[in-house]
Design a binder for this molecule. Structure first.
Ligand code: TZP
Ligand code: MG
Length: 214
């Protein structure tokens, strides 16, 4: 699993953006549409709630043959036997996370600067989540957007794949890939869409097209 991850359409869960709809139904649709990675992210959930949602999500991702990555929580990733974990500034430092998850699971790290990106790579990250690129309304503490130039500078500074995150839409996804990203990480563009399957399918086709363009 680890060596051939397709980072192109990385969908992150957020109960709040699906409105009154069922999150698992929306994620199932996103996977049907072509999501290539799913991240379990729920800042308000208890550990028990995370485990319950994580188990259900893992069944969906395993059936589709795509990785499940757990945000923030190394312990929950291990308990779920998830394929990876994603850590940021406030979480387990990347080198410690790597030591805990071992060499086989995926380690993602959030980076908003070249310095943080290089440190994360040194510490054993498999990929970076880079942003906030455009300015998001989904994460209130995301900080000042780094723009496509900031993303490009980070992508150039490391060898590991980067996924662009923050305000990515169907319309700007190709520009994220052209800036050097291997994929886009989205919450609202897919799970907040009227039809997450259609949104994921469109996103996937635009990202694929941009990845093959010279
Ligand atoms: N990290 C940086 S921006 C962001 C996260 C988790 C939120 C992305 O959400 P959206 O709706 O795709 O802008
Ligand atoms: Mg975090």
């Amino acid at each position: 699993m680890k060596c051939d991850v397709d980072w192109s359409v990385y969908v992150i869960t957020d109960r709040r953006v699906v409105g009154g709809r069922d999150l698992l139904t929306a994620v199932r649709a996103a996977i049907q549409g072509g999501a290539t990675v799913v991240q379990l992210r729920d800042k308000g959930a208890t550990t028990r709630e995370l485990l319950e949602l994580g188990r259900a999500l893992h069944q969906l991702t395993q059936a589709a043959g795509i990785p499940l990555i757990v945000n923030d929580r190394v312990d929950v990733a291990l308990a779920l036997d998830a394929e990876g974990v994603h850590v940021g500034d406030d979480d387990m430092p990347p080198a410690l996370a790597r030591a805990l998850i071992g060499p086989q699971r995926l380690l993602g790290v959030s980076a908003d600067s070249v310095a943080v990106a290089r440190q994360a790579e040194q510490a054993g990250a498999d990929y970076l989540g880079v942003g906030d690129v455009f300015g998001t309304t989904t994460k209130p503490d995301a900080g000042t957007p780094i723009g496509l130039e900031g993303l490009a500078a980070i992508a150039r500074s490391v060898r590991i794949p980067v996924v662009g995150i923050g305000g990515v839409t169907l319309d700007n996804a190709a520009a994220v890939i052209q800036a050097g990203a291997a994929g886009v990480a989205v919450i609202s563009a897919v799970l907040g869409a009227p039809d997450p399957a259609v949104a994921a399918r469109t996103l996937r086709s635009r990202v694929r097209q941009a990845l093959v363009e010279p």
